[in-house]
Design a protein around this ligand. Structure first.
Ligand SMILES: C[S@@+](CC[C@H](N)C(=O)[O-])C[C@H]1O[C@@H](n2cnc3c(N)ncnc32)[C@H](O)[C@@H]1O
Length: 232
């Protein structure tokens, strides 16, 4: 499918798919959305929880839809600031090209010119192999379909960032959310920008305890699901 780079309302770039009229991020601001959904309501929430339960441990993150690498980049930046170690796994079936990577403006929009090498390393790292991108931040990119994820009890946090249900309804089903639920550790958390009732019900049906949260600019709500620890 044809892809083109566009600029969103906060000045940061994203990729647009004309055939679907769908973007990799919100048109209201790619960086703004990524920070709100995945950092504020995902990483920071898990870190706040872990103060009492998993202090000192590494946080392991699974990203559903590695795409442009924006979520990976901002997670690395925040992990450094918060002095937390991260094991990051990004799953992606249709990697973007080097040319597309070169046209993304995240390094300049985030004012992290000193980190341009890191963004390159994120993209240049080979698939299926674990790489230390930075001290305390490892990345494994896996080229495969989401339906083929077989991990069990492995992740503290899932960034569920698939294209919307309007264009890929098959990715917002009980079948996919049960794969996610299994991949999470007990006490693990899944965050997504989506807020549709059918998505919330699919998450609840496979066992998630779901909370509606305020969405990023341009979106009223988003969802967070937790794999609540079972009583022993
Ligand atoms: C909304 S975009 C992800 C945006 C990404 N998180 C970022 O920060 O750029 C959804 C991603 O899922 C990928 N994708 C779509 N269907 C997939 C599937 N069935 N399995 C694996 N990847 C898929 C797309 O190629 C795209 O990169």
């Amino acid at each position: 499918m044809k892809r083109e780079i566009i600029i969103t309302s906060d000045g940061s770039s994203t990729i647009h798919i004309p055939e679907w009229n769908e973007q990799y991020h919100s048109k209201h601001g790619a960086i703004q959305e990524a920070y709100h959904v995945f950092i504020k309501h995902g990483l920071e929430y898990v870190l706040d929880k872990s103060l009492t339960s998993t202090k000192g441990e590494k946080i392991s993150i699974l990203e559903i839809g590695f795409g442009t690498g924006l979520n990976t980049l901002i997670t690395l930046i925040e992990a450094e600031k918060k002095q937390v170690q991260i094991e990051y796994c990004g799953v992606e079936a249709y990697p973007i090209s080097d040319e597309e990577v070169n046209h993304l403006n995240y390094v300049s929009e985030l004012h992290i010119e000193e980190k341009s090498g890191v963004f390159e390393a994120i993209h240049n790292s080979s698939w299926e192999v674990k790489h230390e991108i930075n001290e305390g931040f490892s990345l494994t990119k896996q080229k495969k379909f989401f339906k083929d994820i077989t991990d069990s009890n492995l992740y503290d946090l899932i960034y569920f960032d698939a294209f919307g249900a309007r264009v890929q309804p098959e990715l917002w089903t009980e079948a996919i959310f049960s794969i996610m639920f299994k991949a999470l550790k007990e006490g693990g958390v899944l965050v997504t920008y989506a807020a549709k009732g059918s998505v919330r019900r699919a998450m609840q049906a496979v066992g998630f305890t779901v909370t509606k949260l305020p969405g990023p600019p341009g979106k009223r709500e988003m969802l967070r699901g937790e794999k609540v620890k079972s009583e022993k």
